[in-house]
Design a protein around this ligand. Sequence first.
Ligand SMILES: NC(=O)c1ccc[n+]([C@@H]2O[C@H](COP(=O)([O-])OP(=O)(O)OC[C@H]3O[C@@H](n4cnc5c(N)ncnc54)[C@H](O)[C@@H]3O)[C@@H](O)[C@H]2O)c1
Length: 328
Amino acid sequence: MKVLVYGAQIAKMFFGELLNILDENEVGYDLVEPNGVEALAEDSKDHEAVITFFPLREAEINALADSVKGVVVTSIGYDNIDVAAANKRGIMVCNIPDYCTEEVALHSVTLILASLRNLCLYDRTIREGKWKTRSMVCGRPHHRLSTMTMGFMGFGRIGQKVAQMMAGFGVKFIAYDPYLPESVFTSMNVERAETPDDVYAKSDILSVYMLLNDETYHLIGKDSIAKMKDDVIIVNTARGALFDLESVTEGLKSGKIGAAGIDVWENEPVPVDHPILKDDNAIVTPHCAYFSIEANLDLRKKSLMTAVNLCKGEVPYNCVNKKALGLA
Ligand SMILES: NC(=O)c1ccc[n+]([C@@H]2O[C@H](COP(=O)([O-])OP(=O)(O)OC[C@H]3O[C@@H](n4cnc5c(N)ncnc54)[C@H](O)[C@@H]3O)[C@@H](O)[C@H]2O)c1
């Protein structure tokens, strides 16, 4: 049993001594740099799995030896793999979808709580030598969290983890995710929204946890914001382009949106002169929600263990094209 690691230099830095995990599981490995499809065809002979740090487009997928059962990307996103080509060849494509679920959920909760309590504004004001002023305490009213409703757009891994974390605060939940079974909502005491408008109408805090695609691009924009409650708090730790940033900035300026907590940006880094950065009710972070030492370790271990599973002829839980290959 052998794994081909496609991207030798990066792999040495990324995995370091963790490559021992392969030895411990009696799986051999070869580290190679990309050197054209012919080299890949030769290098992948007698390997059951490929861990890749480089794109595998149709040509590379087609070049893989027949021994290859699956490929592993060391990230959540797998847009650098031609899954359709992999489907045609019966090759499993695996990502690491859950290495930072807890971190991103906690970051969301942090943005929500910091927004509710005007945390960053208080911090800045003290540092400016101003202490608190009456207008600051009363400016953007604080409300009791246990009187509020939190809305989720998308209720997958991260959304559900956020609900678990927020449950202790006594806040009510409503979620829109048409792709989930009823049991997910009932087991977590979450009202199931039939339409996005239900979530917009009922939420005091609204957070997005869906993937970015044509359907969800600029989901939170002028029209959806108009349907929200006044003074709503909105949070995005998912993908930048789920927010139309200009509409969000305008909503903050007009006071329709009470506060916005944003970790992800359509254009990263967000330009330092963007007007949203001048708004006291925007709390911003630089796409760092995923990070922790433990998440980073988890990512590397899970990547290697997925390759081990493939070598052993198993169907890893994180195979994204299971259904297409008739393995689900
Ligand atoms: N900020 C970060 O560092 C960071 C790190 C990891 C993941 N993320 C992002 O967080 C988001 C959520 O990740 P996850 O692990 O919970 O993903 P997930 O796949 O577990 O959940 C996504 C949910 O969205 C639902 N969904 C899809 N289209 C929808 C639609 N049109 N309307 C309503 N629901 C829809 C799906 O049914 C699914 O339940 C993703 O966008 C991911 O890229 C961000």
